[in-house]
Design a protein around this ligand. Structure first.
Ligand SMILES: C[S@@+](CC[C@H](N)C(=O)[O-])C[C@H]1O[C@@H](n2cnc3c(N)ncnc32)[C@H](O)[C@@H]1O
Length: 318
């Protein structure tokens, strides 16, 4: 990863847009020229010009992030890392994902989860085209696969209360609507929740972090689903514990993740975590769940290729 190739791939797919205004007209003009050089493949020239722009607007967080990006693209890892760190001082919430970049450059350990502010920003930008992009372009099928797996459990009943973690625009909610009396969704991105709200399939929707939502919940759920969401979380203990705390003893927790073929979990170049089969099983047991299913599958594409995934169905330990 330290050769920068994974880093470049990640930038192409996952960089939030830089707001073009620094508040200084001359800095903006220099920055625009730097961006043009960058688009034309002259990362070293771009870095020089963007650095000049930042001399006029040193506290412009997004400009500094762009400088770090161009330095990384031109192979100047140490200088890039210093600029990412300077960006983090200006924006500690890390809405551009600098901590992920530092990890991909090999300059830092990966953050425990993808930063909330970055997820929110990414999905707020993505929301209006999310459904079309995922279903048409990325062949996304986690909701259908989860529905089939949950439908195969011989409970012989409709679920009383379902919580859709990281509900996004409601693709999983739509798949589960007919299986449950009450359908609740939570997501970090207000715009994703706005899209879900327009579909009128949920009984309740909330904007926020899923673990916090679970801890604050006043009801228990007999079905909790997380379709393509735990990929934004590295260590799963906290969320598994939170889910178990609000799952009924006859409940079901079903989710998909990206598969890691080693131990534990790793941060991939696509800015998503991949989890190992043994890790998931160990985390489940440690947090009061038994593994009913842990199946290999492909639930989406990325860059035209299949993404190896795992589909898990957990049941509370007796
Ligand atoms: C790839 S989308 C999947 C959306 C939906 N589950 C589906 O199947 O279409 C991932 C969603 O997870 C949300 N998300 C990521 N981390 C989250 C967290 N900690 N709490 C709540 N939502 C989160 C994102 O905002 C995004 O909408």
């Amino acid at each position: 990863m330290a050769d920068g190739s994974g880093y470049k791939r990640a930038r192409r797919t996952k960089a939030p847009r830089v707001s073009m205004s620094s508040g200084n007209l001359t800095a903006d003009r220099r920055f625009a020229y730097g961006q043009m050089l960058r688009e034309n493949g002259d990362a070293a020239g771009a870095a020089e010009v963007i650095a000049q722009a930042l001399e006029l607007a040193p506290a412009w967080a997004e400009g500094r992030f762009a400088l770090a990006e161009t330095l990384a693209e031109s192979g100047r890892t140490d200088a890039a890392s210093a600029e990412y760190r300077a960006y983090l001082v200006l924006d500690p919430a890390d809405s551009m994902g600098a901590s992920i970049r530092l990890a991909l450059l090999g300059s830092d350990t990966p953050p425990a989860t993808v930063p909330e502010a970055y997820v929110r920003r990414l999905f707020d930008e993505y929301a209006p085209r999310f459904d079309k992009s995922l279903v048409d372009r990325l062949a996304y099928r986690a909701p259908e696969a989860l529905r089939a797996a949950v439908g195969a459990i011989p409970t012989g009943r409709k679920y009383t209360a379902t919580l859709d973690l990281g509900c996004g625009t409601g693709l999983a909610g739509a798949a589960f609507r007919s299986m449950t009396e009450w359908l609740e969704g939570v997501d970090l991105s207000p715009r994703m929740v706005g899209e879900a709200r327009r579909k009128k399939i949920y009984d309740h929707l909330a904007v926020g972090d899923m673990s916090e939502h679970l801890r604050a919940a006043t009801r228990h759920f007999d079905l909790v689903v997380a379709a393509d969401v735990l990929v934004y979380v590295g260590a799963l203990d906290d969320i598994f514990r939170a889910v178990r705390g609000k799952t009924t003893d006859d409940g079901v927790f079903a989710f998909t993740v990206q598969r890691h073929d080693g131990e534990d979990f790793m941060l991939g170049t696509e800015h998503r975590y991949r989890h190992g089969r043994n890790y998931i099983a160990a985390c489940a047991t440690a947090n009061g769940f038994a593994v009913a299913r842990l199946d290999d599958g492909v639930f989406r594409h990325e860059g035209g290729a299949d993404v190896p995934g795992l589909l898990a169905v957990l049941r509370p330990l007796a």
